[in-house]
Design a protein around this ligand. Structure first.
Ligand code: ZN
Length: 240
């Protein structure tokens, strides 16, 4: 399901307003945003026809919904379909733990403590793409990298890929690609999601990309230990 009313050019932000809206989004949810058509009060816009709060970002309906800090022509689908805990304000959010958390954690509300048993919930491809890597990642779980045709990479971590989802295979948007993993010694299953623009080369984890020599092209530098083209994946947790 897409947050996407096609062909609805609702009139907002058609004047290159995205850039202004981006900066407003960074400032605060309650920022007032002004454009050619007037002022939009974002404090009451969660279900507005034109502006929608998505995590810490603002999505604007121009030609379909477009993400605030990652304006992107591509529409995504949810990576999970079971109910998940909200991440806002928790250690699951992007940039938490002093920046060590380079992604977001999507954690089912019905989890091990609530009696969740295997098989664990599916993880779905957010977009069409090609599997470019699969490897042991953390506490007995794996990471799966899928590259879209526009070179952006989504890294699904702390999971187990399904049979047949291996390097070189092409997957379709919405396809089941993995199951959430259970990390050794941790009483929750989840998927940890990371997002890269695809404009750099080398491994997605880069232990040297930390203070004081950090270089991040699209996010505020923190000790992510990631490749410089790291993006903020927060909106994936809020897709309808
Ligand atoms: Zn995580």
């Amino acid at each position: 399901m897409h947050p996407n009313p096609p062909n609805d050019n609702g009139g907002i932000a058609q004047v290159g307003g995205i850039t202004g809206l981006e900066s407003a989004a960074v400032a605060t949810h309650r920022e007032l945003v002004r454009d050619r058509d007037g002022t939009v009060d974002l404090s009451n816009s969660a279900n507005s026809n034109h502006v929608r709060l998505v995590g810490s970002q603002i999505w604007v309906r121009i030609d379909g919904w477009k993400g605030g800090t990652q304006v992107d022509d591509v529409q995504y689908v949810r990576p999970v379909r079971v109910p998940i805990h909200p991440i806002a304000g928790t250690h699951r959010v992007f940039g938490s733990r002093g920046g060590a958390h380079a992604g977001i954690d999507l954690v089912p509300t019905h989890n091990l403590r609530q009696g969740l048993q295997e098989p664990f919930p599916y993880v779905y491809a957010v977009a069409d793409g090609v599997v470019i890597a699969y490897y042991l990642f953390y506490r007995g779980t794996y990471a799966l990298e899928i590259r879209k045709d526009d070179d952006r990479i989504v890294r699904y971590c702390e999971i187990h890929a399904l049979d047949g989802v291996r390097v070189g295979v092409r997957v379709k948007q919405g396809q089941e690609v993995a199951r959430m993993g259970r990390m050794t010694g941790i009483n929750e299953v989840m998927v940890h999601l990371e997002y890269f623009k695809g404009t750099a080369s080398g491994g997605l984890t880069n232990r040297n990309n930390i203070y004081p020599n950090w270089q991040y092209d699209y996010v505020t530098p923190m000790n992510f230990s990631r490749r410089r083209d790291l993006l903020d994946p927060t909106f994936f947790s809020e897709l309808p």
